[in-house]
Design a binder for this molecule. Structure first.
Ligand SMILES: [Zn+2]
Ligand SMILES: [Zn+2]
Length: 402
């Protein structure tokens, strides 16, 4: 079968690879009908998060048709249309039982403290092959496959594999109540889904980004917008919130806050990113990432803004991804404002009942942010266009068989 294979930082290729087979009797094999490119995939290709092993198939967002199941699979049937949630759990351990599947004790073969498991990631994320392929093996199929109701089409369903549940998770972590001012940093696909979720939860949303196409989408989702290239973020937030700051803040940016995507207008950052890539190519340890910063460097612009802009006794929820390194956080200011800080990888599985209901009923339509559907043969160009943040490239669906 064809799949997108990682070779090295900046080197991904479409290749013929062996088809997946059932390894454990709780597995299923899914023939993918759609996959998608996520900002997280860009981190692996750029080397800002990793390292990813040579030969890994990329991609953690997918939907498809169940092709075969192991003898222990009970609820999932061959021929069913299914969403493959990006984050994998066993379904039975103490964490999965509480709906905290991102902290599953069993899913990671490297041990229960090794971190969340997802498809198509670095070895530390559980060694599962990715979903930018014609077929994939899904472990614990009864837990990690979600049947798609008839009222939901493929373009909606693919966005429910990761970005909608992650955005919803961010809004849930932030603890939004009716009438809250909610400040969302980052209007990429996950940020846009966090905005839609926060609106549905009754929040008044203010969204921050610098790319006008993304700000336009945020406005279309019902947010007021701040372009941080044009105005001072803190000053504007205070103006919009009667001087109080935002009661709830969601960071949907993560590591991009310090290593912005390459562009002629940010030559310094581009050089830093290049240096980093060179370091990663020879040194697998993420420690290099911290040593890269000198004392006095701003460790994360978004953290800094978030702590300044959050109202006293407010909540900051972090869903943007960061590498596994120690970070400097303005803890003194946060402590003095009685802030609640919540964060993590999405516990996708627990949200499907409510999200399928919202999408079926039309209260949420993730498809609004889908801007491209590309054939697998054009995947390399699609990665490039998405990585360069070309105008209008917000969310890219892939057709694995075209
Ligand atoms: Zn994703
Ligand atoms: Zn588990």
């Amino acid at each position: 079968m064809k799949a997108l294979v990682f070779h090295a930082i900046g080197d991904i290729r479409i290749e013929d690879v062996p088809e997946p087979v059932i390894v454990d009797q709780s597995d299923a094999i899914v023939r993918l009908t759609a996959s998608a490119i996520c900002g997280t995939d860009l981190h692996f290709v750029r080397g800002t998060i990793g390292p990813v092993e040579k030969g890994q198939i990329l991609g953690h967002e997918g939907i498809g048709i169940v092709e075969s199941v192991g003898s222990e699979v009970k609820s999932i049937k061959v021929g069913q249309r299914v969403i493959i949630p990006a984050i994998v759990g066993c379904g039975t351990c103490q964490f999965c039982q509480k709906g905290l599947s991102a902290q599953c004790d069993k899913a990671n073969p490297m041990g229960k403290h090794a971190g969340s498991v997802f498809f198509g990631g670095p070895e530390t994320a559980g060694k599962l092959k990715g979903l930018q392929a014609e077929k994939a093996r899904v472990p614990w199929a009864d837990t990690n496959l979600v049947p798609i109701p008839n009222g939901i089409d493929d373009d909606q369903a693919i966005l429910m594999s990761d970005i909608l549940p992650t955005g919803w998770f961010g809004a849930d972590l932030a603890g939004i109540e009716e009438g809250d001012d909610v400040l969302v940093f980052g209007c990429g696909p996950v940020g846009l889904m966090a905005i839609a979720s926060a609106k549905l939860m009754g929040g008044r949303v203010i969204a921050v980004d610098r790319l006008t196409d993304r700000l336009g989408m945020a406005r279309a989702q019902g947010a007021e917008v701040i372009n941080f290239d044009e105005v001072d973020v803190l000053e504007t937030v205070l103006k919009l919130t009667k001087g109080d700051g935002a009661r709830r803040v969601i960071d949907a940016v993560g590591v991009d806050a310090e290593h912005a995507h390459a562009g002629p207008e940010k030559p310094g950052l581009l050089n830093k990113a290049r240096e980093l890539v060179e370091q990663y190519a020879i040194e697998p340890a993420a420690r290099k990432f911290t040593s890269h910063f000198q004392a006095g460097d701003n460790p994360s612009q978004v953290f800094d803004w978030a702590v300044k802009c959050v109202a006293k006794a407010g909540t900051i929820a972090i869903i943007g991804v960061y590498p596994l390194t120690d970070r400097v956080f303005p803890i003194g200011v946060a402590m003095n404002k009685n802030i609640t800080l919540r964060m993590g990888i999405g516990n996708h599985r627990r949200y499907y009942d409510v999200l399928l209901d919202h999408v079926t009923s039309g209260r949420l339509d993730p498809k609004k942010i889908l801007t491209q559907v590309e054939p697998m043969t054009g995947v390399i160009e699609a990665y490039k266009a998405f990585d360069e943040r070309q105008p209008g490239w917000i969310k890219v669906e892939l057709n694995p068989t075209a």
